[in-house]
Design a binder for this molecule. Sequence first.
Ligand SMILES: Cc1ncc(COP(=O)(O)O)c(C=O)c1O
Length: 475
Amino acid sequence: MREHDLLRQLTEYAASGAYPFHMPGHKRNAAELPDNLPYSIDITEIDGFDDLHAPEGVLQDLNRRLSQVFGAEYSFALVNGSTCGILAGIAAAVGRGDTVLMARNCHRSVYNAVALLGLHPVYLQPPTDAATGISGSIAPESVRAALEQHADVRLLVLTSPTYDGVLSNIAEIAEIAHQKNIPVLVDEAHGAHLAFTKQKSLSAVQAGADIVIHSLHKTLPSLTQTAAAHICGTRISPAEFAHQLSVFETSSPSYVLLASVAACVRFLEERAEAAFAAYETRLQCFSEHCRTLKKLSVLCKGADTLTAHPSFFAFDGGKLPIVTTHTALDGAALLQRLRKDYALEGEMAATSYALLMTSVCDTDEGFSRLTRALAEIDRTAERSDRLPCFQTLPLPKLHCTPAEAAIHKTQSLILQACVGRVSAETVLCYPPGIPLVVPGEVISAEAVQAVECAQNHGLFVRTIRRNFPYIAVFD
Ligand SMILES: Cc1ncc(COP(=O)(O)O)c(C=O)c1O
């Protein structure tokens, strides 16, 4: 049975008359459960359907084809999102208490790995794009300087592209790290599509990273939670990575999700070329329309080009941050107008832009509705020139590691009273899930201002203890 028959295999099994004296508890009994969920193909690892954590059959075949389609040595289909791949990748690359060099704008899953493994983080601060406040690329030179300064670094972790779409020069960065035999993990959760576009050479597998993590569900046709991990070269042991996955990923993988990974792989094998060519034409056409915008602008589309953003090495053509600094709207207000007046739902609001995501599955109709909506909002929005709120804060003073902070005695203080105190918890806006304050660091006045700014612009600020605007600090 070929891998891409996983869905057919599941469908045939459902019709086979086999009676389930096993999990899951719904027993594929659709007659009892008439709510149109995919019960009939929702099995777990029964005879003939392989074992995700020790694959030898249909799932091994799926992993092999994933590796072929992405050009990696080893690939792993994941059902717990990029989150479990990032946790497993970091755990496979370092030992407890090691030092990790990481971009400050990493996703919270990287911070969670740091806390769980008792790691010492050394941060790389991305520069800020003056026009938008968006975090720029990590420069190869800053990696070189940090590695010179911190000889004990065991792993480099970067996000490329970022949630906003900013890419770093992974090829050059990997070369610098590899000169010191330091492996590079790229959180490419938002870049699984890159390998099928004109920006293929910028994708982290092509560029020489050692561990690359993809959320298939974010930018490719695949169900939510599906992801993939790729191990390249010889610095990371695939067996150790597989072991760490068995720690951080469920032992009851959903075959509905695995069938979706298989369908995504089949799509990439059979239809990627034509589908991505049409997608790039749609994006190009949308970009032409953006030329007429006078107050709104779309990053790196229309009259806006990469050269206007010197801190960006490159920008993912599929992301549409719509900058509102020349209107009275903030990102949340723009998303609200798109939702209310045009039935268009965006991805994320930020203080000075709204982020819309596109994919190969977008339609001409979707793009033309967006084009019309932006033209109308651009015409009617009040003009007002504002400075963007910067995403990048000065690097904090570190008092102790996040793991040490987790066992400290705490008290809760209102946000404004926290300046100068050591934080016992993470403060972040979700999305994007990039911490503004991390346990064990001294809370700066700039961090408090950034949190207030996010709040004033209607963004959703979260803390671990869910007690915001109170923050747990060291007693
Ligand atoms: C940059 C980045 N990395 C990792 C993740 C986690 O991905 P997943 O939701 O697939 O676990 C996210 C989620 O939004 C993200 O934005």
